[in-house]
Design a protein around this ligand. Structure first.
Ligand code: FEO
Length: 169
C-alpha cells in the first residue's frame, strides 16, 4: 500500500516524465526541420528514455497498490535559435527534473516510505547521467562556435546513439 500523498507525488512525476518525452519529441521535429538528423536521432532516443522513466513510475505505483491517474500535459516549446540554444534548454530542463526527483524523495522520506526512497535511487543516479550527457554536448557546441563543418561532425556522432531499455529497480 502507498500513502495518498506519495500516490499523488508519483502521479505528478509520471506527468512530468511524459512532459519531458513530449519536449524532446518537439526537439526531434526541430532538428529534423533544420536538417540535423543526428541530433534528431539523439532526441528520438531521449524520447524513448523518458517514456521508460514514466512507465517505471507507472508500474511501480501499480505494484504498490496505488492508483495511476493520467493528467493533462502542457504544450512544450517548439522553436529554438540553434543547436546550442536547444541543448542549453535540455540541460536546464534536466536540472529541473533532478530537483523534482529530489522533491519526490523528500515526500517519500516525510511519509517514511523507505521502499519508495530505495526505488527512487535509480532515478537519482539516472539524473546524474542525464545532466552529464547534455552538459558534455553543450560544451562541445560552445567550443565549435559557428563552425558548420564541426557541427556536422557532432551530428554524425549523435547519429550513432541507440536506445537501450533500462532496468529500473
Ligand atoms: Fe526522465 Fe530526462 O529525466
Amino acid at each position: 500500500m502507498i500513502s495518498e500523498k506519495m500516490n499523488a507525488a508519483f502521479n505528478k512525476q509520471i506527468k512530468d516524465e511524459m512532459y519531458s518525452s513530449n519536449l524532446y519529441l518537439s526537439m526531434v521535429a526541430y532538428f529534423e526541420e533544420i536538417g540535423l538528423k543526428g541530433f534528431a536521432n539523439w532526441m528520438r532516443v531521449q524520447v524513448q528514455e523518458e517514456n521508460a522513466h514514466a512507465m517505471g513510475l507507472f508500474d511501480y505505483l501499480i505494484s504498490r497498490d496505488g492508483r495511476v491517474i493520467i493528467d493533462a500535459i502542457d504544450k512544450p516549446a517548439f522553436e529554438w535559435a540553434c543547436a546550442l540554444d536547444c541543448f542549453e534548454a535540455v540541460y536546464k530542463h534536466e536540472q529541473h527534473v533532478t530537483s523534482l526527483i529530489n522533491g519526490l524523495i523528500d515526500v517519500a522520506e516525510a511519509e517514511k516510505d523507505r521502499a519508495a526512497v530505495s526505488f527512487l535511487q535509480w532515478y537519482l543516479k539516472e539524473q546524474v547521467e542525464e545532466e552529464a550527457n547534455c552538459s558534455e554536448i553543450c560544451a562541445k557546441l560552445k567550443l565549435i562556435g559557428d563552425d558548420k563543418h564541426a557541427l556536422l561532425l557532432i551530428d554524425q556522432e549523435l547519429a550513432t546513439r541507440t536506445y537501450v531499455a533500462p532496468t529500473i529497480a
